[in-house]
Write a protein that binds this ligand. Structure first.
Ligand code: TXE
Length: 500
């Protein structure tokens, strides 16, 4: 029941205004130093919705100077943790107040279903800031039982100016994963948004200032990766860089950090996550969860369950039902109620996904449904299912980042463990079984940063997230995320000052 091209022609006009398009540096909205702007689009049509200041190295320099000054001179790192916590809470309240505009803007600029933005992502954004507000005044050092007559303690101090580079698939959630822990720990920030989705971060950064954040603490620069992004990663005055995006760009960021001032780097990169349906699975439930694991957010999730391994005993039934479910998926204007899938983010991603579909067909996987564009404008793609996928096919090895489910057959646990782990990625895995022994065996054997058992995409603020292998370095969310933004200082004092 794909939407027809006709239905896609009658698009809902968003009611939200685009109020902020300049860079936010030192508490003020300013044009790019070069005066340049770049267009940002509505992925439903490919039409321009606004022109945004195009930051480059010069704007990054200004933003870093502002962040440096705000860190070195304060008041932010010197404020009491409780005062910082209050600002984070006030910000969360303002986000709640402006949730409607923010959800509309997120859908307009990104193409994700409005119900998803409004009912799950905005509440999660608020929850993430409540969570980090809770941490701000609970960051403790240790008293260390060292040998010898010394009193030894550790101070957990903010690391300084954090450079943060985020992608376009979850613009507001990525903002929160980066900004939340950095601010809770007392750092200052220069954030570079993805060129596809600059609008909501500017909006919420404005709200942060209304909440009482001092100027220079959070600076937001819009612009392209090789110019603005690279300038941030290689800046000598940036003390830490955090990046989410492709594995290839992650390598560049790591290299730029190493070649400049050896700033520590956290990376959250691509994935090719297995979703394993065991022989005892309730097939209807497994189909629904595997469908969600892959198709959620137009398939544009780093942790998407993009290799659906199904035990041979339930394979045929699973396949038939997975295909029927994909055919029932409601694709259309993401502003319309009941729509499950909107357009892909831009023409580049759209073309990339279609290329992988062609590659699947050429490598003799069986195209069960979908396989093409939907409508005549915008970046809509039919929910696509391939069966008879084998491990050597490109669609089983590379990140497609689109609504393309690849179904692979397996015979026993040892085999599926080996195959699931045969990838350069290690972000997440899904396991669907009623058998606790099977769940325990798989959990320990899978080399991934998350294992979801009989669930998928559970993104609580307290649950750490990150990758093994080439899916990244470090963890975001939860208590682990704080370590990315803290330095540990050992302070050693003789118990009796006999030396002097
Ligand atoms: O990613 P990039 P793109 C994967 C997904 C997708 C592919 C390409 O497979 O199809 O990556 O997407 C900035 N120095 N993911 O091209 O290039 C860029 O401006 C510094 C997975 O969008 O990694 C943007 O802000 N920064 C993923 C950010 O990096 C640079 C989410 C991400 O862009 C830079 C998105 C440079 N030289 C895509 N070049 C996930 N892990 O969730 C680009 N950037």
């Amino acid at each position: 029941r794909f939407s027809t091209a006709t239905a896609l022609e009658e698009l809902i006009v968003p009611t939200v205004q685009i109020s902020y398009t300049q860079n936010l540096i030192d508490g003020k909205f300013v044009d790019a130093a070069s005066g340049k702007t770049f267009p940002t689009y509505d992925p439903r049509t490919g039409e321009v919705i606004a022109h945004v200041a195009e930051g480059d190295a010069e704007d990054i320099n200004c933003a870093v100077s502002a962040a440096r000054k705000a860190f070195d001179e304060g008041p932010w790192p010197k404020m009491t943790p409780y005062e910082r916590s209050r600002i984070l809470l006030r910000f969360a309240d303002l986000v709640e107040k402006h949730s409607e505009e923010l959800a509309a803007l997120e859908t307009w600029n990104n193409g994700k279903p409005h119900e998803q933005a409004a009912k799950s992502e905005l509440p999660l954004l608020i929850r993430l800031f409540h969570y980090y507000a809770g941490w701000a005044d609970k960051i403790h050092g240790l008293t260390v039982p060292a040998d010898g007559p010394h009193h030894v303690q550790t101070l957990h101090e903010p690391i300084g100016v954090a450079g943060q580079i985020i992608p376009w698939n979850f613009p507001l959630i990525m903002f929160a994963w980066k900004v939340g822990p950095a601010l809770a720990c007392g750092n200052t920030i220069v954030l570079k948004t993805a060129e596809q989705t600059p609008l909501t971060a500017l909006y919420v950064a404005k709200l942060f200032h209304e909440a009482g954040l001092p100027p220079g603490v959070l600076n937001v620069v819009s612009g392209y990766g090789p110019t603005a992004g690279a300038a941030l990663a290689s800046h000598m005055d940036v003390d830490k860089v955090a990046f989410t995006g492709s594995t290839d760009t992650g390598k560049i960021v790591l290299e730029l950090a190493a070649k400049s001032n050896l700033k520590p780097v956290t990376l959250e990169l691509g994935g090719k996550s297995p979703f394993i349906v065991c022989e005892d699975a309730d097939v209807d439930k497994a189909v629904e969860l595997a469908h969600f694991a892959l198709f959620f957010n137009q398939g544009q999730c780093c942790c998407a369950g993009s290799r659906t391994f199904v035990h041979e005993r339930v394979y045929d039934e699973f396949l038939e039902k997975a295909k029927a479910r994909a055919l029932r998926r409601v694709v259309g204007d993401p502003f319309k109620k009941g729509v499950e899938q909107g357009p892909q983010i831009d023409s580049q991603q759209f073309e990339k996904v279609l290329r992988y579909i062609r590659s699947g067909i050429e490598s003799n996987a069986t195209l069960e449904c979908g396989g093409g564009r939907l409508g005549t404008r915008g970046y809509f793609i039919q929910p696509t299912v391939f069966s008879n996928v084998t491990d050597d096919m490109l669609i089983a090895k590379e990140e497609i980042f689109g609504p393309v489910q690849s179904i692979l057959k397996f015979k026993d646990l040892d085999e599926v463990i080996r195959r699931a782990n045969t990838t350069r990625y290690g972000l997440a895995a899904g396991v669907f079984t009623k058998n606790i022994d099977t769940a325990n065996t798989l959990t320990r054997a899978l080399r991934t940063g998350t294992v979801w058992i009989n669930c998928f995409d559970v993104f609580d603020a307290a649950i750490p997230f990150g990758g093994y292998k080439m899916s990244g370095i470090g963890r975001e969310k939860g208590i682990y995320s704080l370590h990315n933004y803290l330095q540990v200082k050992a302070v050693v004092t003789p118990l009796k000052n006999t030396a002097w």
